[in-house]
Write a protein that binds this ligand. Structure first.
Ligand code: FMN
Length: 209
């Protein structure tokens, strides 16, 4: 019940209060919600940048359709999916699982080979789409965790991918930005907060077969 109440509370915040900062304690909680996200095979083939540098945020804004949230929110998360060396990512995951579950890595080889053989069946574009999808699950968890703490957020896909990748040096690291999520507190002046939610009805959205 409480979750649905909070999902009604949240909205894609257009104007943030530039003076109000999210506490480091709350940021740690939000990071944990991201970290615990489910991902395909558990691989987490992405990373999340927290852009604190003011100059970088100012440089990002024109590349993000000049959306004010990029500079005005308290914190800015950038979800970046892996686009290269996915097999290496699989090996890193197996090494981590071996360490945390105290299983010999050799025993996990069959699982790793299965994942790698599945990956070899798809092209680079499909691989990129697949890793990018994983970031949306983490991004949704971030937004839900924000709503729980009554921290505002706005998912942002309106940006020039190549330019953002170049600015953040992601292209050189084998990553690509999929979504930006500024978080903070809404401005009292943001009229969007008073708008009625536009959602399809249950009959339009759900079908029982
Ligand atoms: C993948 C994705 C991309 C979005 N990109 C933007 C964006 O660039 N700028 C923006 O202001 N809102 C963006 N939104 C917010 C949506 O417009 C918003 O979630 C939708 O209209 C529903 O409104 P609500 O979230 O306020 O309930 C995006 C949402 C999603 C899920």
């Amino acid at each position: 019940m409480k979750l649905v109440e909070q999902l009604n509370w949240r909205y894609a915040t257009k104007a943030f209060n530039t003076q109000k900062k999210v506490s480091e304690r709350d940021i740690d909680y939000l990071k944990e919600a991201i970290r615990l996200s489910a991902s395909s095979y558990g691989l987490q083939l992405y990373k999340v940048l927290l852009v604190e540098d003011k100059a970088t945020r100012e440089a990002l804004r024109p590349l993000c359709w000049n959306q004010s949230q990029i500079t005005d929110a308290s914190h800015l998360f950038v979800f970046c999916h892996k686009v290269e060396a996915l097999d290496q990512g699989v090996d890193e995951y197996l090494a981590l699982q071996s360490e945390l579950r105290e299983v010999e890595v050799q025993k996990l080889k069959g699982y790793g080979d299965f994942i790698k053989s599945k990956l070899s069946e798809i092209n680079d574009e499909q691989k990129s789409q697949w890793t990018s999808k994983q970031t949306y699950i983490a991004a949704a968890n971030l937004m839900v965790a924000c709503a729980e703490l009554e921290i505002d957020s706005c998912p942002i896909e309106g940006f020039e991918v190549e330019k953002v990748n170049a600015l953040l040096g992601l292209d050189k690291q084998g990553y690509s930005a999929s979504m930006l999520i500024p978080v903070g507190y809404r401005s009292a002046e943001d009229k969007t907060q008073h708008l009625v939610k536009v959602r399809r009805s249950n009959t339009q959205l759900f079908e029982t077969i």
